[in-house]
Structure formats: C-alpha cells, structure tokens
Design a protein around this ligand. Sequence first.
Ligand SMILES: [Zn+2]
Length: 243
Amino acid sequence: MYDVRFYKGNYSWRQKQANRDRCAAYVEHHFNATSSTKSGYSVVVVGYNCSETSKRWGRWYANQIGKEFKVPVAGKGGILIGGYNGRGNGNLKRTNMPAILLEPLFVSNPQHASWVRSTDGQEKLAKVLADSIIGFFPDGSRIGFSVGHKYKTNRPRDRGAAVHGGGAEADYAEIVMEKTKHILESYDPAKSAPVQDEEKDDKPDNDIRVIKDGKELWLHTEADDDDDIIWDEQNRILHITTR
Ligand SMILES: [Zn+2]
C-alpha cells in the first residue's frame, strides 16, 4: 500500500518531482555533526511555510528517536521551523505535501556514530521513520525520499559529514532509507495496528520572536491563529491585534 520513491538531482528538482508525482509525504534524511564529539541530540527541520501536519509529524519522529536511543530532543519540542537560521529550509520549501528533514543523531559523536554504523541502530532508525509514516499517513500512497547530500547534480561527490569511525553521513542515511522503504512496501495493515500517540494539538504554536544575531531578544507567546499580525515596514512596527 506504500510506494516509496527516491528522488535525485538538486534539492529543488527533487521537490518538484515529488509534487508532480503527488507524494503524500516527503522526507530528507541527514545526520547531524559538529566539531565537538559531545553534541548529541535529536531534531527535525520543517519549512518556514510548513503545515501543522509537518510539525506534528516532525515532533513525533524527533521525540521517538529520543526515546529509542535515550538522547535529548532539541529545537521547539523537537522541531526547528525554517532550519538552522534558514539552512534546511530550501530542502523543503517547494514541497506541496507534508515534508520533514531528519537530523536524528550526531555522526561526530562516537556513541551515536556506532549506532549509525551498526545494523541494529540502522534498523531502529528505519523502524521509527516507518512507524511515523504509517502513523501520520495511514492511507498509504506514494512517499518521496531524498538522501541528503547524495546525488546532487551540482556537487555529485558530496556525501555530507564524516562519520566517526569511518564512512559518510549520506551513505548511512541511504541505508536507513532503503530499510524504511522495505518496511513500508511490505507493510500489511491487517497484520499490525501501530500505536500512534494521539498528540493533542491544543498547545498554541504561534510564538512571535525577535532574534538578533541568533539571540532571542523578545518573545510573545499569546498570539492566536486568528490574530492579525502586521509588520508596518514604513514605521518599523509590528502590530499584533487580537480579534
Ligand atoms: Zn547533512
């Protein structure tokens, strides 16, 4: 009932192809990395313009990884809206369907890297991703997969970050996605009823923030979807009007 397609080429092209194929969902798989061997958390990037489904799906995935691997969850409840100061947004912003960019573990962290390189760890990662898709897109249909870094037309040799102990980010992301594709394409809903956390979406998620040089200066949490939020460019005033 699932038909998983891998999209290749530059990121904008992949998204356009997924739109053309009317994918029900789109996933790009990465692993995180820093110069420190200590960093180690789970997070998901969603686009600035993403749907509530993307946010709920991303949070569920990031938190489930946190539980399975016992690692902290970063971002806002597990998600970074618009990526790291915009990085990651372009990988998702052209999609017409719910779309998430996964950064489940750090390949610069020796413990995380050993999970990523082990069959056990890869299967765990694949199961969490497959469960998230089955939970959020129970009607099946076509799912678009994108391996981060790999198969880009403009930089064909890019494989992302080096993995502690050997190998490259993109090659392991691809292994996990291939395993996920196998789980999804052999999935029989009659045989298994996955337990999906019914996350109540009653928490407002409309914070307005002022960020200068990456530092939060001001936070307003009481905005509602029905409020008018208007930036007066001429006078440089943000008007928040409750309706
Ligand atoms: Zn990456």
